[in-house]
Design a protein around this ligand. Structure first.
Ligand code: ADP
Ligand code: MG
Ligand code: ZN
Length: 477
């Protein structure tokens, strides 16, 4: 992110994630994504008079798990509150949320940008219900789909500890990775099961008071978050430099123009006339319940990074790249357990497979057993690195079996010094200029010879041995 000298961005994020419950938060309607409009509704989530909500305990469990994984304190008692506002996607004209007694508070998560690590504070985590969806249709006007009314949400609010688009993105990724690890949500930004409100203000470096902020709601991709931050930072700094004041407001980020524009002047809490929800009891949690959930937390990304580095002898950086994505780490470990060459597996995963996989989420069509077989072929020197990379690509694309391919297509590496020596001599004879170049100090000439031998063997020559023989022979001319 480009910054203007002397001004820093101050950013706090409110992230909503949809927990992976089968049913809604206050009724037993299903939460399946993409169902035909208004087929997953009942009197409770439609807000019909007299219908009474019942809390889905799974939502509490998921939120507490998130709180524990994010180092929060868990409230033994927390409340439900009505947030009153009218909007066509909210038939009840209020949302049941948590106001002054959230389920979890006071946590943190570690983020890494470049070489620096930093803790970002988590102010609070609370549970609430989602609103419906408005569909703006050219022919029929605006239509309402109430399937999403009452879908549970876990809201995670950060301290204003972030200072750049890069840090905000690192925070979102770390948060998403952690939530995926504990299985609380599938965190699909494109399906809306994870979305983010960006709060941003600017101030002169060195100042400690917060500036006036604006809020950009419901941003649904990492990239849009970064772009919204970069634009809004520049807009606010430019306004201050012109001597204007920032107006606290809610703004909309338009991905098409990359700009943010005013939606409304921001409401204060008073405008929502919050009051305790009279139809639900407060949530009370026992120590035993909380400790059971704590005990059941799976290994989290940081611990897994340390263990993977140790168990498979990987550099810490490589282990970190693998461990941060649960799907990648699960796949890697399935491979690493089946081969004596876990480092080869890590190199192929990080150097090749990660690039073949262009989706946000890691997934590999390659069976871990097949991958392990390839790593063994590479590790024990049966095939060289270029051949292994080519095989990997065909395994990814066409699902070939690497062992059969090596056998049937004779892809094993040529490591026999006599054969290679003959091929090197032939290559030198065919490229007479290389010898004189080499004598004149152009060591790059050796590369031409090695390249020629690689070509004549269909890429099967042992590259290190070929290079050694080439230098030896060129030196003799
Ligand atoms: P609201 O619910 O009205 O949006 P909160 O007090 O819950 O208000 O704050 C929401 C988010 O805004 C938090 O992530 C917080 O860190 C961030 N925030 C609050 N004040 C500022 C500010 N001056 N600049 C940047 N971020 C801020
Ligand atoms: Mg807000
Ligand atoms: Zn319902």
């Amino acid at each position: 992110m480009k910054t203007v000298d002397g001004y820093e961005a101050v950013i706090g994020l409110e992230v909503h994630v949809e927990p992976s419950t089968k049913t809604k938060i206050f009724c037993s309607c299903p939460t399946t994504f993409g169902a035909p409009p208004n087929t997953q509704v009942c009197p409770v989530c439609m807000g019909l008079p007299g219908a009474l909500p019942t809390l889905n305990g799974k939502v509490v469990e998921y939120a507490v798990r998130a709180g524990l994984a994010l180092n929060c304190g868990i409230a033994r008692r927390s409340g439900h509150d009505r947030k009153n506002y009218f909007y066509p996607d909210l038939p009840k004209a209020y949302q049941i949320s948590q106001y002054d007694e959230p389920l979890c508070a006071g946590g943190w998560i570690e983020i890494e940008t470049g070489e620096t690590k930093k803790r970002i504070g988590i102010t609070r985590i609370h549970i609430e219900e989602d609103a419906g969806k408005l569909i703006h249709d050219e022919k029929n006007g605006t239509l309402i789909d109430c399937n999403r009314c009452g879908v549970p949400l876990i809201e995670i609010v950060s301290e204003p500890d972030l200072r750049s688009a890069e840090e905000a993105e690192a925070y979102l990724r770390a948060l998403r990775n952690t939530l995926l690890y504990i299985g609380v949500s599938d965190c699909k930004m494109n399906e809306g099961s994870m979305r983010c409100d960006v709060n941003l203000s600017v101030r002169k470096k060195g100042e400690t008071a917060l500036g006036t902020r604006t809020e950009m709601k419901n941003i649904n991709s990492f990239r849009f978050t970064s772009r919204a931050i970069a634009y809004e930072y520049e807009r606010q700094v430019a306004a201050l430099l012109r001597g204007e004041r920032i107006v606290q407001q809610t703004r909309r980020f338009d991905p098409a123009t990359g700009r943010t524009e005013t939606m409304r002047i921001k409401e204060e809490a008073d405008d929502y006339r919050y009051f305790p929800e009279p139809d639900l009891e407060p949530i009370t949690l026992s120590d035993a319940y909380i400790e059971t959930l704590r005990g059941a937390l799976p290994e989290l990304p940081d611990a897994r990074e340390r263990r993977i580095a140790e168990e498979y002898g990987l550099p810490r950086k490589d282990a970190a790249l693998i461990a941060e994505d649960k799907a990648a780490a699960d796949w890697y470990e399935a491979v690493a357990k089946k081969t004596e060459y876990p480092r080869a597996a890590a190199n192929l995963l990080l150097g090749d497979l990660f690039h073949m996989n262009t989706a946000d989420e890691f997934s590999s069509p390659i069976d871990p057993g097949c991958m392990a077989a390839l790593c063994t072929l590479l590790g024990d020197g049966t095939v060289n690195n270029p051949t292994a990379k080519k095989l990997l690509e065909r395994m990814y694309r066409d699902g070939i079996d690497p062992v059969a391919a090596v056998r049937e297509e004779r892809l094993s590496q040529i490591r026999d010094g006599e054969t290679l020596g003959r091929l090197v001599a032939e290559a030198i004879a065919a490229n007479p200029k290389c010898a004189s170049d080499f004598r004149n100090g152009k060591t790059a000439a050796a590369k031409t010879i090695v390249g020629a031998v690689m070509k004549s063997t269909g890429g099967r020559a042992d590259p290190a041995l070929t290079a050694r023989l080439t230098e030896e022979m060129l030196g003799k001319f």
